[in-house]
Ligand binder design. Structure first.
Ligand SMILES: Nc1ncnc2c1ncn2[C@@H]1O[C@H](COP(=O)(O)OP(=O)(O)OP(=O)(O)O)[C@@H](O)[C@H]1O
Ligand SMILES: [Mg+2]
Length: 505
């Protein structure tokens, strides 16, 4: 890519970018939220046209007008937010994007092709399931297969690991290494510096739309990359103050919940949460975390058992009723459940809160208050946007997440149910959010934190429950030495005894 420029509303998203990849190479693309990574890759994939600049393959200039053309040039892309059709099966989704889908018996022929690839790259996939029933890792694999089937020499992966479990990440990395060995080129976007160091050969760092540095991973380290990206040193550790926990806020009693595939997903979970504490739920994705979070926040039906908030029964109440009782929610799938993509930022900043007196009067919204509130969130959470009159879908992935976090946290909820709140955030924003969660805890709120990132769990939580196959393997205080077995417990191989905390309450 030579001298690529692209502006939106007069603001440079990419400015004079020069980038090259060689065959058999994995290039990492790093940069803060809103730095222009996705935009640059969307240009390479033909989704956006550059304002100026040139793309060349094997030194001959090409013009990529749309993704179909990029596919014919051997370029494939796995997007930050998957672009699959949820109600269609895996095989139907693959057939839709396949350039050689035959007119007769398409499914049989494509099935054969996919099976060849599954064997070559050593993974399994049920082709007849509907996409909405699949985990993020499974959905991503469909996107990768689609690109490979179309003969991609260059595969672009936009934050591929932020939605994956540690095991799925290992599987993905092994697929990528194999592709590299076969001479494919890969451009890999990630905020996780460990990963970048692990699998990339070279790294290019973007800041505010411009390239600010290149490095060979062999000659650099995490700290240097973070400094290049943010422009200052980034502290990787934070101090958690010891606090006495306060009175009981939430009580979950023996709840059972059914998952999307119609099978029991949560099988008799009980726990209590107190003021001034962060309670972590660790586990490999797909063990009931999503269903548990959705059941507590009213999105999913509870089959039996009960949930109490401040001694009020909120079992199977509406999400709004539960929100009004002090429960905020940062959902796992931010685009599907966290925002209304086509609405403006200021509409999205008051979802769930529009009925509050400060934002509405009778049938009308008080737009000046709504807009002021939005501006406060934007400045507190450093959401990068040219205006609040901007559809939220135009924001970068990390900035959408920041707006959701700002909306949920700014009202100082009594309980915040947060599923992977740092997904897609850059290192600086991650640090900022973690400090914010600790501040909420200090101010008397409690946080129910779902995370697979053990570092995050250890850094923030007072108590940790490990969930496996819809059940708690046990609950431990964060200073319990047995926590070093957490990996085993996440795999379901060891049951620990629950330690009662705050028995007086
Ligand atoms: N279609 C669009 N309309 C208006 N602005 C856009 C559009 N697409 C991107 N932008 C803007 O371009 C800038 C760069 O966004 P981009 O999505 O490329 O960032 P990113 O580096 O991928 O960030 P993240 O790490 O958060 O995903 C942002 O300020 C974003 O708001
Ligand atoms: Mg992006």
């Amino acid at each position: 890519m030579k001298n690529i420029c692209k502006s939106f509303h007069g603001i440079h998203a990419n400015k004079d970018i020069n980038l090259h990849v060689e065959s058999g190479e994995i290039l990492g693309l790093l940069g803060e939220n809103g730095a222009g990574k996705t935009t640059l890759m969307n240009i390479l994939y033909g989704l956006y046209q550059p304002d100026s600049g040139q793309i060349e393959i094997n030194e001959s200039p090409i013009r990529i007008n749309n993704p179909v053309e990029s596919i014919t040039h051997g370029i494939g892309m796995v997007h930050q937010h998957f672009m699959l059709i949820q109600n269609h099966s895996v095989i139907e989704n693959i057939a839709l994007g396949y350039k050689d889908t035959p007119f007769f018996f398409p499914k049989i022929k494509i099935r054969k092709k996919v099976e060849e690839f599954s064997k070559q790259f050593d993974f399994t996939m049920d082709l007849d399931q509907k996409v909405w029933q699949l985990s993020a890792g499974e959905q991503q694999r469909i996107e990768i297969i689609k690109a490979l089937l179309n003969g991609a020499d260059l595969l672009i992966l936009d934050e591929p690991t932020s939605v994956l479990t540690p095991i799925e990440i290992k599987e993905l990395i092994s697929i990528l290494r194999q592709m590299k060995a076969e001479g494919h080129m890969i451009i890999f976007i990630s905020h996780k510096l460990d990963e970048i160091m692990d699998i990339c050969d070279r790294v290019t760092v973007l800041q505010k739309g411009q390239i600010v540095g290149h490095a060979d991973t062999a000659d650099t380290d995490k700290k240097a990359l973070a400094r290049m990206m943010v422009g200052r040193d980034v502290v990787f550790n934070i101090d958690k103050e010891k606090l006495e926990t306060g009175e009981k806020i939430l009580s979950v009693q023996d709840i059972h919940v059914t998952g999307d595939k119609g099978m029991p997903a949560v099988k008799g979970v009980s726990f209590e949460l107190f003021k001034n504490e962060i309670f972590g739920i660790a586990g490999v994705a797909g063990n009931g975390q999503r269903e548990l979070a959705e059941a507590i926040t009213g999105i999913r039906k509870i089959d039996s058992g009960s949930v109490w908030m401040n001694k009020k029964n909120i079992t199977n109440k509406s999400p709004r009723h539960i929100y009004d009782n002090g429960v905020a929610h940062v959902p796992e799938e931010r685009i599907r459940f966290g925002i209304a993509p086509g609405l403006f930022l200021y509409d999205n900043a008051i979802l769930k809160q529009h009925h509050l007196k400060k934002f509405s009067k009778r049938y009308f919204l008080k737009y000046s208050q709504v807009k002021n509130h939005t501006k406060t969130i934007i400045s507190d959470f450093k959401v990068a946007t040219h205006s609040i009159n901007n559809q939220i879908r135009n924001l970068s992935g990390g900035n959408i997440q920041k707006l959701i976090l700002g909306r949920e946290i700014s009202e100082q909820p009594e309980l915040l149910v947060a599923s992977h709140p740092t997904y897609g955030l850059d290192v600086g924003a991650t640090q900022f959010l973690r400090e914010h969660l600790l501040q909420l805890r200090k101010q008397g709120s409690s946080v129910l934190l779902f995370s697979e990132d053990l570092e995050e769990i250890f850094e923030l939580c007072d108590r940790v429950a490990v969930i496996f196959d819809g059940q708690f393997m046990g609950i431990l205080n964060s200073d319990d030495p047995r926590l070093c077995d957490i990996g085993l417990m996440m795999a379901g191989s060891k049951e620990m005894k629950t330690i009662p905390t705050n028995p007086a309450i």
